[in-house]
Design a protein around this ligand. Structure first.
Ligand SMILES: Cc1cc2nc3c(=O)[nH]c(=O)nc-3n(C[C@H](O)[C@H](O)[C@H](O)COP(=O)(O)O)c2cc1C
Length: 184
């Protein structure tokens, strides 16, 4: 176990947790859900990786970092977010602009593709997604944003796009910053 860092995550449907577990394997850091995280314990670590699912453009669990940003100001913080949408630079920048606020702007953020399973969703989430899909379908398909296209295409299907390859840019960043050992 590497005691230098910790992986915090918020995952409603399992994808962000899967990425947190893969990161645990790659870094040796332990994982902790933001809901159970205690800032007194978290502040003992030098490196904090945070990951959360994207729900209606918001990154789940990020309020934990925002609430504690002053306490964590000298830490190496790395974020990742997990969405159903395929990666698209403009849409990702918009997610970052919308979520990395209140002191989080300076930290790097990465994107991983998650899962989609309407059967597994809570009634509230399923209803919200169906409403979104209905609204999107009223638009001209040529104007769809990548996340809108993904939401419409995924309707009624069970999809799992999780893949450790999405963590490569984050791990490369950590190697460059000497936060983990470089593989030989
Ligand atoms: C209510 C709801 C809203 C969502 N909104 C978005 C979204 O705005 N953009 C996106 O890319 N994915 C969106 N998704 C898909 C989730 O990000 C995806 O299911 C991801 O795997 C969630 O992470 P988790 O599995 O760790 O909970 C949404 C899912 C739900 C249930």
């Amino acid at each position: 176990m590497n005691n230098n860092g910790i992986i915090l995550y918020r995952s409603k449907y399992g994808a962000a947790k899967k990425y947190a577990d893969w990161l645990k394997e790659a870094t040796g850091f332990e994982c902790m859900e933001t809901k159970k995280a205690d800032i007194q314990k978290v502040k003992e670590f030098d490196v904090i990786i945070f990951g959360g699912g994207i729900y209606a453009s918001g990154i789940g669990g990020i309020s934990f970092l925002k609430k504690n940003v002053q306490i964590l100001k000298n830490k190496k913080i790395i974020l990742f977010c997990v969405g159903a949408s395929p990666f698209e630079e403009g849409a990702f920048q918009e997610i970052c602009r919308h979520n990395l606020t209140e002191g989080l702007e300076k930290f790097p953020c990465f994107y991983c593709r998650g899962m989609w399973d309407e059967e597994a969703m809570s009634l509230k989430d399923r209803t919200l997604c169906k409403m979104l899909q209905k609204m999107i379908k009223k638009q001209d398909p040529s104007t769809y944003e990548p996340w809108q296209k993904a939401l419409v295409n995924a309707a009624g299907q069970k999809c799992d796009w999780t893949d450790p390859k999405y963590l490569e840019p984050l791990l490369a960043y950590m190697r460059r910053e000497n936060l983990i050992a470089v593989d030989i």
